[in-house]
Write a protein that binds this ligand. Structure first.
Ligand code: BEZ
Length: 210
């Protein structure tokens, strides 16, 4: 099944390192970062889960719950989680889903044919409080993800839900943003204190305060 932006994130039940969950019940009204990794006890995956554990406070501050998944069994996740704390300096502070029968990984299209094995690759889904998929990305096994970038996208998504704006290339929180194409420049000037029109379709405004 191929999932697209705007689709409802499918529900499932699973065993996790924090106990059994029903995914929609677990996430309730929260933003959620749901990400897969290929295998426990592998180097890139260990650095990725360590990095996410170190950033978890920042996800929590934004109302975001983080959850990982791989096709390893729950016993392996429990054995591996000590390594994540050793490597990253922060104990694992979010659940890892065990998916040994690959049901969830297949439901979310996390297993890519032609990869040479049937492990999940490095997929990320950002899911909003209404369970809609708002971002998907997939990295190959050999390339670790940038979890600061995932935080930056959460900031951008939450801001674009709050005001009729979009974020430009390489935007960082606090920088100027782009007025939505749905507003004329006159409407933008009524809505925002400052608007600079560079082109009729490119209007800058300071980042609105949430
Ligand atoms: C890794 O996390 O280092 C890894 C996992 C699966 C295949 C290759 C590398």
């Amino acid at each position: 099944m191929s999932l697209h932006l705007g689709d409802t994130a499918p529900n499932f039940t699973a065993e996790t390192t924090d106990g059994p969950i029903d995914f929609h019940e677990w996430k309730k009204d929260a933003w959620t970062v749901f990400f897969s990794h290929p295998a426990d006890f592998t180097p890139v995956c260990t650095t990725e889960l360590s990095a996410t554990a170190r950033l978890n406070d920042q996800f929590v501050n934004r109302g975001v719950k983080v959850i990982a998944i791989s096709v390893d069994p729950i016993e392996e996740h429990h054995k591996w989680k000590g390594d994540i704390g050793d490597v990253g300096g922060t104990d694992l502070n979010f659940p890892i889903i065990a998916d040994p029968d690959k049901k969830i990984s297949e439901l979310y299209d996390m297993i890519h044919p032609g990869e040479g094995d049937t492990n999940s690759v490095r997929s990320v889904f950002i899911i909003d409080p209404n369970n809609k998929i708002r971002l998907t990305l997939t990295y190959p096994k050999s390339v670790g993800r940038n979890f600061n970038e995932i935080l930056r996208v959460v900031d951008a998504l939450q801001l674009t839900d709050f005001a009729p704006i979009a974020t430009p290339a390489d935007w960082q929180p606090g920088e100027r943003v782009i007025v939505s194409l749905g507003l004329t420049t006159d409407e933008a000037r009524e809505r925002f204190a400052e608007v600079e029109e560079v082109k009729p379709y490119l209007r800058w405004t300071p980042q609105p305060k949430a």
